[in-house]
Design a protein around this ligand. Structure first.
Ligand code: AKG
Length: 279
């Protein structure tokens, strides 16, 4: 069956004899169609193939849930716990955010990372910069430890810590130069981020669509077709906090766009733990 989304089974059976209520699956033939019975002789009974409507099993691809209201949003519950988003609109007010965007755009030492994927190495389609006492590895490529925090980044970290009550010791800065810059589906679940990592993500510049999809249950064998989806438009000065099981149970991405987009800067504050030495 080539269309997975719509599986139909044709049901029917050979209906013979005129006995109403005969075997299940062999629907009764209405009286008008029954052969007349006279004398002892019965004409040979004709068999009809009786068609009945296919029982359709339709699986619908769920519409994405758009979250754009400030506040707390519990997006799923599972044995790993609750996955929670907290959205702070205008965490940085727009005039201040304009100034910060310019500073960060000019003063962060942006560079393009080379990642390793199943088809070999490729240039990540965005620029990045890492801050933290420990190195950070994702997509099989390492960013060196960099303890030289820009003072504006330290100030933003302090503000986020004060409002959220969480502490952070590391930061991945991302610059999406235009509509073709993106980051593909992933979770921030590297072992060095510990269990249930909390990620604070602050955005400046162009609004981009932050998309999330729930990891499928084992019986779907890695097929994401029918999973729940959440879209969060992240605009200038917005802070998004991802808590609980969000990294265990969901993936996220920022897709490429089909129309021109001006640059966007995203700062993702995290906490890194030294990895235990393997014996
Ligand atoms: O740019 C964003 O909003 C998300 C960035 C991200 O997911 C990441 O760098 O891990």
């Amino acid at each position: 069956m080539d269309n997975k989304r719509q599986r139909a089974r044709v049901q029917g059976g050979w209906a013979g004899g005129a006995r109403p209520g005969s075997r299940p699956g062999f629907p009764a033939v209405p009286p008008a169609q029954r052969p007349p019975a006279w004398g002892k002789e019965q004409p040979t009974q004709e068999k009809h193939f009786v068609y009945s409507e296919p029982a359709e099993v339709v699986r619908r691809v769920p519409e994405p849930r758009v979250i754009d209201a400030a506040g707390t949003h519990e997006i799923s519950f599972s044995p790993s716990g609750v996955s929670r988003l907290r959205l702070f609109r205008s965490f940085i007010d727009p005039r201040e955010a304009d100034w910060m965007f310019k500073q960060l755009h000019q003063e962060i030492p942006w560079s393009q990372k080379t990642n390793v994927g199943p088809d070999g190495s490729y240039q990540e389609p965005r620029l990045t910069c890492w801050y933290g006492e420990l190195p950070y590895t994702y997509s099989r490529s390492m960013m060196q430890a960099n303890p030289h925090w820009h003072p504006l980044l330290t100030m933003l970290k302090d503000r986020i810590e004060e409002v959220t009550g969480y502490g952070f010791n590391s930061l991945l800065c991302n610059l999406y130069r235009h509509d073709k810059d993106s980051i593909d589906w992933h979770s921030d679940d590297e072992p060095a981020l510990g269990t249930s990592p909390i990620i604070a993500s602050l955005s400046f510049g162009e609004t981009r669509n932050f998309q999330m999809r729930k990891k499928p249950p084992p019986e779907e064998r890695g097929d994401y077709t029918y999973v729940e989806r959440v879209h969060v438009p992240l605009d200038h000065g917005t802070l998004l906090l991802m808590e609980g099981a969000t990294q265990q149970d969901w993936q996220h991405r920022v897709p490429k766009e089909y129309h021109d987009r001006r640059p966007r800067i995203n700062l993702t504050f995290r906490t890194m733990y030294p990895e235990p030495l393997s014996s």
